[in-house]
Design a protein around this ligand. Structure first.
Ligand SMILES: [Zn+2]
Length: 258
């Protein structure tokens, strides 16, 4: 048997569904039952691969069904309307699927970024990051780019990790703080780096002076300052800040000396 002409008979229920949808009216000429005998017609013929799905079926009177070569369905026929609705629904389903794929791919990218930070820790310390650690990194990725976080992670491990669990945590906790410095201009980074070389705790006084030096008024003055030459080994932060302020011509009250 030729496959292309193979026809599966419509069930009584299918025929009823089509008639009901089309209100027992021929969709080509508008004649209604019981004035005419109604048939169910395939819009796309079975011989051309048309299916028995309801969207491919239409109510036709016997006359229209027999002379069907030149008939066109009006756009307003029930089957056309239903077909358009189905097309719209299918399009919505396709778009929802596309959106969900897109969201999932974003989740994949984020989790690959967390993996990248995690792998720096793993390579260096052989310890795996906990779920809450991964969550923290995820939060940092909302604030900083991956490249900044990779750099700050490496920097944190270089400066704070010495092989024990306590130092692992210390390094981990510094990632965000270092990232914050890394997005500053180079001269600010240099200034903060030398401030941090002084091992003593920050006093309120020093913190206030540092913040003042980093304001838009004074920050540009730090450009071109040779911090390395102003800093000596073991120097206290307060002395270093004094030296920087002196270098850029600021007095104790943060006023430019005339
Ligand atoms: Zn008709």
């Amino acid at each position: 048997m030729n496959k292309a002409t193979k026809r599966k008979n419509l069930s009584k229920k299918q025929r009823f569904e089509v008639f009901k949808r089309d209100q027992f009216t021929c969709q080509y000429c508008g004649k209604k039952a019981p004035d005419v005998v109604l048939h169910v017609d395939h819009i796309m013929p079975v011989s051309k691969g048309g299916s028995n799905r309801i969207a491919n079926l239409v109510t036709s009177c016997i006359d229209c069904n027999l002379g069907k070569s030149n008939r066109l369905l009006s756009d307003k026929s029930a089957v056309e309307i239903q077909r358009k609705e189905l097309d719209n629904q299918q399009e919505r389903i396709n778009q929802i699927k596309m959106m969900s794929d897109w969201c999932n791919s974003l989740i994949d990218v984020k989790s690959a970024e967390v993996d990248a930070v995690d792998s720096i820790f793993k390579n260096r310390t052989q310890c795996i990051m906990s779920d809450s650690g991964r969550k923290d990194i995820r939060k940092l990725l909302k604030k900083y780019s991956l490249s900044i976080l990779l750099e700050s992670t490496t920097c944190a491990l270089d400066s704070y990790y010495d092989g024990d669990q306590g130092s692992w945590n210390a390094a981990f906790n510094k990632i965000g703080k270092i990232a914050k410095i890394l997005i500053e201009p180079k001269h600010v980074q240099e200034f903060l780096k030398y401030c941090n070389y002084s091992k003593c705790h920050y006093s309120d006084y020093d913190t206030r002076r540092m913040q003042s030096l980093l304001t838009t008024n004074h920050g540009p003055l730090l450009k071109g300052v040779d911090f390395e030459s102003l800093h000596t080994y073991g120097m206290h932060r307060q002395t270093f800040i004094d030296a920087v302020m002196d270098e850029i011509g600021l007095d104790e009250n943060f006023e430019v000396k005339i």
